[in-house]
Design a protein around this ligand. Structure first.
Ligand code: NI
Length: 175
């Protein structure tokens, strides 16, 4: 299984609403999930959505651990999320730093709900209902946005909330 190329912002697929997955156990879906795992790991991402590798399907992966790209990330085992929905939020948003494998060289302070209730299926077709908070809730919202054709750049309150990766590294090095 090969690492897939990651589509960059400006490509039309990143602004499309992705299709619901009808048959999770289909071989092409299982293959896509395996390829997403390898591609996310290779890119040191904490999440990746199918449209980012050119597949307009409602699938994303989350996997978080402290890394060079996200030094303060919590530990979250690899989670495959299919046909996700946010069923409730606490209506309270907070700003937090985000990057994106499809928006190279940018970081931004993005407003997200701090607590959400979600519903999704995993790669075996098992259904989950969970309450997520903090950074994990942030990843979920970021990745779900990819399935709805939205990148974090469209979520900013102000353009000045985006800075270059280099500026961001210098800021975090000084903390
Ligand atoms: Ni992204």
């Amino acid at each position: 299984m090969n690492i897939l190329p990651i589509v960059q912002r400006g490509a039309p697929i990143l602004n499309q609403v992705a299709q619901t997955v009808e048959n999770i156990k289909a071989e092409e879906i299982q293959q896509l999930i395996r390829a997403l795992k390898i591609t996310m790991k290779n890119a040191n991402g904490v999440g990746i959505a199918a449209p980012q590798v050119g597949k307009s399907l409602r699938i994303f992966l989350m996997c978080s651990a402290p890394s060079e790209r996200y030094p303060n990330a919590p530990l979250l085992p690899l989670t495959v999320v299919i046909n996700p929905k946010i069923t409730a939020t606490n209506n309270q948003q907070a700003l937090g730093w985000e990057g994106c494998l499809s928006v190279k060289d940018k970081r931004a302070l993005v407003p997200r709900y701090t607590d959400i209730s979600v519903n999704y299926f995993d790669e075996l077709g098992q259904e989950y209902q969970q309450n997520l908070s903090g950074f994990v809730a942030r990843i979920f919202q970021h990745e779900l946005d990819h399935l709805d054709g939205i990148t974090f750049i469209e979520r900013l309150n102000n353009e000045s909330d985006a800075i270059s990766e280099q500026q961001w590294l210098e800021q975090t090095a000084n903390v």
